[in-house]
Ligand binder design. Structure first.
Ligand code: SF4
Length: 165
């Protein structure tokens, strides 16, 4: 199975209670190869919740214990992002998933870009904490911007060949 950020599949789990429904992913969701996941919900965070950002570090550093995350109200949320990442990895392992498609820009799911920690909307190169953990364990992680019908066709076919269900 392929892990997909739940907000990309239209689930209203974003920090502000909204979603990031992605038309092409919704179309391919009908192939029944996707598992909708939200690391921040797995960490028992509420919806809505204050926005969070990594404090001028990438998810890889947070995983290594060398960085922190805070919400817009100044509360440290590092442990929640770590918990969500660990729970997401467990799901990936339970499903023997090799691929994840995650939402760009998020402190948990960001693949190539994340907010810079200033809460000003500025983004920098880097990964979210959950993405960094999946990559560390050998998953291939794409973001919604990578998605084309050709790539999705290939990923779905590959997954069907690998898994019986
Ligand atoms: S943690 Fe990931 S799945 Fe959950 S709302 Fe944020 S971007 Fe979407």
């Amino acid at each position: 199975m392929i892990l997909v950020s739940a907000c990309l599949l239209g689930h209203s789990v974003r920090y502000d209670g909204g979603s990031n429904a992605h038309e092409l992913l919704l179309q391919y969701n009908e192939c029944e190869r996707f598992v909708a996941v939200c690391p921040e919900c797995l960490a028992m965070m509420p919806v809505p919740r204050p926005p969070m950002e990594l404090a001028h570090v990438s998810g890889k550093k947070v995983l290594a214990g060398k960085g922190q995350a805070f919400d817009a109200e100044g509360r440290e949320t590092t442990e929640y992002l770590l918990m969500g990442a660990e729970k997401l990895l467990k799901i990936a392992q339970d499903y023997a998933a090799a691929v994840a498609i995650l939402k760009e820009g998020s402190p948990s799911c960001g693949v190539r870009r994340i907010h810079d920690g200033s809460f000003t909307g500025k983004k920098v190169r880097g990964q979210g904490v959950a993405t960094a953990l999946l990559l560390k364990h050998g998953l291939r992680v794409y973001c919604e911007r990578d998605m084309t019908a050709e790539l999705l066709e290939k990923l779905v076919m590959e997954d069907m060949d690998t898994h019986r269900f």
